[in-house]
Design a protein around this ligand. Structure first.
Ligand code: 5AD
Ligand code: SF4
Length: 442
C-alpha cells in the first residue's frame, strides 16, 4: 500500500498563529494517511497557508499561485488555506483554476471531509464557518520543535480595528476550555516540552467556556504544570490587558518576563481613528504596572503602524516620544497598508508611500538607539538561556533569555557544549542593539 500513500508539501506564511495552524493541519493530514515531504516535486498535494495582514504578504501568494500552474500537468493538486483564502474566497478558483481547495482557518475542523472531496476530483471550499463557536482542536498536532510548543487558547478577533483584516479572515472570537488547554499543556510536558507559548489574536479576550479560569489564571496554571519552565503568550490588546496578568507574571516563576503589547500609535487622535479603544494615557498606565513589578524586570515590545490615513507630522512625533517614554526592547514597525473590507480603506488623506517610508526609517533609527542603550545595560549580567542552536562559523551557541532576547555565547575550553533545549547560565560580555553575546558560566 505504501507506494499508494499520498504525499503533501506545505508552505506557511504570516504569524505564529498561522505556523501553529499548519502544525495542526499537518497532524490532520498525517492522521488521514498522507505523508509529509520537503519539496514540491515529491508532493501529490501542495498546501499553501497564506497571510493577508499587509499587501506584500498577499502579493507573495498570487506570485506563488502563478508558479504552481506549470506543475498542474504533473497531476498535482493545490490547496490554498489561511487568510488570503478566506479573503479572496472562490475568486481564487477564477484566478488559479488549478487550485482544488480553498479554506479559511475557521473551517479547518472540516479538513478530513474536504480531503475526501478533493480525492474524488471535486473542488472543496471552507469559507462559511466564520460565525462558528467551535475551535480547531486535534490530538494530532505535528509540532516541529521538540522543546518549545504553541497552544492556541482563543481563535478569531472581535475588535475590528479600522485597519485590520483579521476579524474578516479569522472570524469571531472563540475560546478553548481551560480544561482542554491544561490537558494539552500536561501532554506536552509529558512529551518533554519545557517552553510553551499561548496563542491568540487577542489573548486578553480569553473567556473560558467552562467559566473556570480568567486569562491570568489560565496563564498561571499553565506555568504551574510540572516540567514546564517557560510560558509566554501573544498577542495582547492594551484595552483588556489587566493588572492580574502583571501580578501573575510577577508571582509565578515560570512566566517569562516579556510582554508584547502592540500600541500602533502614540497619538490619541490616531488611536481613536483606528478604533483602538484606549488612549496613550491608558496604555502608559499598563506600562507603569509592569515597571512597578516587584520580582521581575519586564521586557516590553510593541507593534507600530506609521502613515495611517491623516497621520500628521506632529502625531507621528507623538509615537516617537512614546518610544522614549516606554523604553521598548523591540518594535515591529509597519507602513500602513490599505486592506479590503476594512473601514480605514474609506478614510481620506492617504499618506504617500514615500512619506511612509521616511517615517518608518526615522522610527527605526530612533528605536535602534533606544535598544542600543537598553541592551548595553545587560553588560555583566548572568542570564539563564534556553539553547536554540549553534552558530558554527562563530563557534557560538545560540540562546534565548526569559526576556526573549538572543544571547549567543561561547563554551569555555574543556566543557561540553549544551544540547538544544538545555537551560544554562551565560554572562553577557558584549551588547548590540538586537542581541547579546557572552560566555557560558561553568
Ligand atoms: N497595515 C499595516 N500594518 C498592519 N498591521 C495590521 N494590519 C495592518 C495594516 N493594514 C500590523 C499591526 C499589528 C501587526 C500584527 O500588524 O501593527 O499589530
Ligand atoms: Fe497574517 Fe493576520 Fe492572518 Fe496571521 S492572522 S496570517 S498575521 S493576516
Amino acid at each position: 500500500m505504501s507506494s499508494l500513500q499520498k504525499t503533501f508539501f506545505i508552505e506557511t506564511f504570516g504569524c505564529q498563529m498561522n505556523f501553529h495552524d499548519s502544525e495542526k493541519v499537518v497532524g490532520t493530514l498525517i492522521s488521514q494517511g498522507y505523508r509529509q515531504v520537503q519539496t514540491v516535486d515529491e508532493a501529490d498535494l501542495i498546501f499553501y497557508n497564506t497571510c493577508s495582514i499587509r499587501d506584500k504578504a498577499e502579493q507573495k501568494v498570487f506570485h506563488r499561485l502563478a508558479d504552481f500552474k506549470r506543475l498542474q500537468q504533473q497531476g498535482k493538486q493545490f490547496a490554498v488555506i489561511g487568510c488570503v483564502a478566506q479573503q479572496e474566497g472562490e475568486k481564487i478558483f477564477e484566478r488559479a483554476p488549478h487550485v482544488s481547495l480553498v479554506a479559511g482557518s475557521a473551517s479547518y475542523r472540516n479538513l478530513p471531509q474536504m480531503l475526501v472531496q478533493i480525492g474524488q476530483g471535486q473542488r472543496a471550499t471552507g469559507l462559511d464557518d466564520r460565525q462558528t463557536d467551535q475551535t480547531f482542536e486535534t490530538e494530532f498536532t505535528a509540532r516541529t520543535n521538540p522543546h518549545r510548543g504553541y497552544i492556541t487558547i482563543i481563535e478569531g478577533c472581535d475588535k475590528f480595528c479600522a485597519y485590520c483584516v483579521v476579524p474578516y479572515t479569522r472570524g469571531k472570537e472563540r475560546s478553548r476550555t481551560s480544561e482542554s488547554v491544561l490537558a494539552e499543556a500536561h501532554r506536552m510536558a509529558d512529551a518533554g516540552y519545557t517552553d510553551i507559548q499561548l496563542l491568540g489574536q487577542n489573548v486578553n479576550s480569553y473567556s473560558d467556556p467552562l467559566g473556570k479560569a480568567s486569562f491570568a489564571e489560565l496563564l498561571a496554571s499553565v506555568g504551574e504544570v510540572p516540567g514546564i519552565r517557560r510560558v509566554r503568550f501573544t498577542t495582547s490588546h492594551p484595552r483588556h490587558f489587566s493588572r492580574d496578568i502583571v501580578d501573575a507574571i510577577d508571582s509565578v516563576p515560570t512566566l517569562c518576563e516579556h510582554v508584547h503589547l502592540p500600541v500602533q500609535s502614540g497619538s490619541n487622535r490616531v488611536l481613536d481613528a483606528m478604533y483602538r479603544e484606549y488612549t496613550r494615557e491608558l496604555y502608559l498606565e499598563r506600562i507603569s504596572w509592569m515597571k512597578a513589578a516587584r520580582n521581575k524586570t519586564f521586557s516590553i515590545t510593541t507593534d507600530v503602524i506609521v502613515g495611517f490615513p491623516g497621520e500628521t507630522e506632529a502625531e507621528f512625533e507623538e509615537t516617537l516620544t512614546l518610544l522614549d517614554e516606554v523604553g521598548y526592547d523591540g518594535v515591529f514597525s509597519f507602513k500602513y497598508s490599505p486592506r479590503p473590507n476594512t473601514p480605514a480603506l474609506e478614510y481620506a488623506d492617504a499618506i504617500s508611500d514615500e512619506e511612509k517610508t521616511r517615517r518608518l526609517a526615522v522610527l527605526n533609527e530612533k528605536q535602534r538607539e533606544i535598544q542600543r542603550a537598553r541592551y548595553a545595560k545587560h553588560l555583566g549580567d548572568i542570564m539563564e538561556v534556553m539553547v536554540e542552536g549553534y552558530n558554527r562559523p562563530r563557534g557560538q551557541v545560540i540562546g534565548r533569555t526569559s526576556q526573549n532576547k538572543t544571547l549567543n555565547f561561547s563554551v569555555p575550553p574543556g566543557h561540553a557544549e549544551p544540547a538544544i533545549g538545555a537551560y544554562v547560565n551565560a554572562r553577557v560580555t558584549v551588547t548590540f542593539p538586537n542581541s547579546l553575546a557572552g560566555e557560558m558560566v561553568v
